[in-house]
Design a binder for this molecule. Structure first.
Ligand code: HEC
Ligand code: HEC
Length: 552
């Protein structure tokens, strides 16, 4: 019985989407209109059925539709939408949330309006569900694009939500906080709204973003500050000036340049690089370290926490351990991730067991390696901690060796996704043939974006260079905030000739089971891991406070 219901829902959904395209035409929903147009009874009847579907993806699609199509925005859906805010499925909850815009707009001043406003404020205020925060920010922006709230009555320059005092306070707090991962979105909002720029405290909230770990956040922040200095609301110029003067001393050359241009003063020389203390007490300036930090955070550092037959380096080599020697590293926080601050400390700390003149002789490389191996030319050193890598062809040895041989990774820590999961579950997707006998690697070896390398051996074993190349390529086509929106899952589930406006894939549908395929599920899990990870408790000390280094 159950499959029959699901089958019906799918047919209905497909039918309904066609109907929607015919009735509303693509894009028409985003045009703001003075009064909501008459509700279309046919559409409403269809959506009623879909909203009752046992399948979460069907309910989510129906809710997304209602949020975009004002002919579907019937008052009778309002209680159901509010109920869906508490659905057990996060996608359903997020799609319900995206309906709060029109509900607020239509029922402003009533209980329903207040509840909608409360839902948006709540989504922004919590710290656990980043996807919901992004939906809330979309609503606040009120751009009318991509199915978000259109402030039909009000003027686009001054959407209602932006004037709400609670929301303004939230935006200011989040912008000022170094732990917030929403800075890029908030900076964009503020840039486009002179109303927000005039909010008390806003100028001072932009300033801390000049020190963000992410280069592009720093760039957005300095541009905003310069904009407010030159053409901001009354009074902001005076407020911005001292902040720009401070920015002249930034360690970021771009920030110094923009600030000096705005103030009309010569570009000041670079201030001395801050030095970091390693766990064994050496002071190290990051600028003098020849090895790549991004590669270290993505591939090398996770090895310290990896269990080899029950034991990990961090079991014996933290600052607290009593063992002799200079190898000291921090263990990750409870979520299993390292913060940016911890990563920097570990980065400078491992230098004490690296031989800078002859990196391949480094203790970091040789202590965990088997001293008596007959394979290859490199022998390990005796290590009381035991043997972790059997020979020089062990992939983990190769990772560290490549790093010491100057391997680099473009993607900063915030963009990196779990490498161990990629190796275990994602890599094999690329070499698994589809029904036509072709695998991703058969076509994608020549691509610039998703550039995939084929396994080294006939048995399908990827060398570590290949795995790392494929990992870097995959990062280019993922959307972490909306995993199912990532090209890496949308392309292989799209037909050769797409429906008008839809996505197509010249390689055709690669996984006949589409979203039910193991490939789709593995990729969605990998991309969504950061969103699913529990947020760090607000009460934790500074080491745990940014357990998800989401801002570089
Ligand atoms: C069970 C405990 C234990 C584990 C697990 C362990 N070690 Fe060790 N390690 C030691 C001890 C004890 C020493 C000091 C004695 C010696 O040099 O063998 C040491 C020494 C070292 C040294 C030399 C430090 C110096 O200044 O001479 C390095 C480098 C090192 N370990 C790396 C690692 C790495 C990398 C891992 C994980 C892959 C690891 N160890 C896992 C116990 C451990
Ligand atoms: C038969 C050849 C073929 C196969 C097999 C194939 N693709 Fe593609 N794919 C293409 C072509 C050609 C394009 C460029 C045109 C387009 O975007 O549709 C493309 C584009 C893409 C893109 C956009 C980025 C880029 O590099 O252009 C992604 C992502 C993608 N494919 C993912 C996959 C995945 C994942 C697989 C395996 C599950 C796969 N493809 C299998 C031919 C193929």
């Amino acid at each position: 019985m159950k499959p029959l219901i699901q089958y019906h829902s799918v047919i209905l959904l497909a039918f309904a989407v066609c109907l929607w395209l015919v009735v509303s035409g693509p894009g028409s929903a985003s045009k703001p209109t003075a009064a909501p147009p008459a509700v279309d009874p046919g559409v409403v009847a269809t959506l009623e059925t879909l909203l009752r579907s046992p399948r979460a993806d069907v309910r989510a699609s129906a809710l997304a539709w209602i949020s975009r199509d004002n002919r579907a925005q019937s008052p009778e859906f309002v209680p159901q939408i509010f109920a869906a805010l508490k659905d057990s499925n996060s996608d359903v909850r997020d799609k319900a949330l995206s309906n709060m815009g029109w509900i607020l707009d239509r029922y402003r001043g009533t209980a329903n309006g207040a509840a909608a406003l409360g839902a948006i404020q709540g989504a922004l205020e919590q710290t656990k569900d980043r996807a919901a925060q992004l939906v809330a920010l979309d609503l606040i922006g009120g751009t009318g694009q991509g199915g978000v709230y259109v402030d039909a009555g009000g003027s686009q320059a001054n959407p209602y939500l932006i004037s709400d005092p609670i929301i303004r306070r939230m935006l200011i707090t989040q912008l000022a906080s170094p732990d917030s991962s929403l800075r890029p979105q908030i900076l964009r909002l503020v840039k486009g709204s002179s109303n927000l720029q005039a909010a008390p405290g806003m100028v001072n909230a932009v300033a801390p973003a000049l020190h963000d770990d992410d280069l592009s956040v720093r760039d957005d922040a300095i541009h905003l500050l310069v904009q407010m200095y030159g053409a901001g609301p009354p009074g902001s110029s005076v407020q911005c000036k001292p902040l720009l003067e401070t920015a002249l001393r930034s360690t970021d050359p771009n920030v110094r340049l923009q600030a000096s241009r705005a103030l009309g003063v010569p570009v000041p020389p670079a201030p001395p690089q801050p030095r970091l203390a390693s766990l064994t007490g050496e002071k190290v300036s990051l600028a003098n370290v020849p090895f790549d930090f991004n590669y270290f955070t993505a591939f090398v550092q996770p090895l310290f926490d990896k269990k080899y037959g029950g034991e990990a380096c961090v079991d014996c080599h933290t600052p607290e351990s009593s063992n002799p020697g200079k190898f000291r590293i921090l263990a990750p926080g409870p979520s299993g991730r390292y913060t940016l601050e911890q990563s920097r400390i570990n980065f400078v700390s491992v230098l004490s067991v690296i031989d800078r003149k002859d990196p391949m002789e480094s203790k970091l490389l040789l202590m965990p390696l088997n001293p008596t191996t007959r394979e290859g030319t490199i022998r390990g050193l005796h290590h009381d901690g035991g043997v972790f890598w059997q020979n020089q062809y062990d992939p983990d040895f190769e990772i560290v060796a490549d790093w010491l041989k100057d391997a680099k990774l473009e993607d900063p820590p915030s963009k990196q996704l779990d490498f161990a999961y990629f190796r275990g579950y994602v890599e094999k997707i690329f070499s698994t043939p589809g029904p036509d006998g072709f695998a991703c690697i058969n076509c994608h070896f020549s691509h610039a974006i998703l550039h995939l390398e084929s396994p080294e051996t006939a048995q399908g074993k990827f060398s570590i260079e290949e795995v790392i190349n494929n990992y870097q390529s995959a990062l280019r086509v993922v959307d972490e905030s909306a995993p199912s929106n990532s090209y890496i899952v949308r392309k292989p589930t799209s037909p050769r000739e797409g429906v008008p406006g839809g996505l197509s894939h010249a390689g055709g549908v690669r996984w006949p089971d589409k979203k039910q395929s193991w490939q789709y599920k593995a990729l969605a899990t990998w991309i969504g891991m950061r969103n699913l990870a529990p947020a760090s408790p607000a009460t934790a000390g500074p080491t745990h406070a940014e357990a998800q280094p989401s801002k570089e």
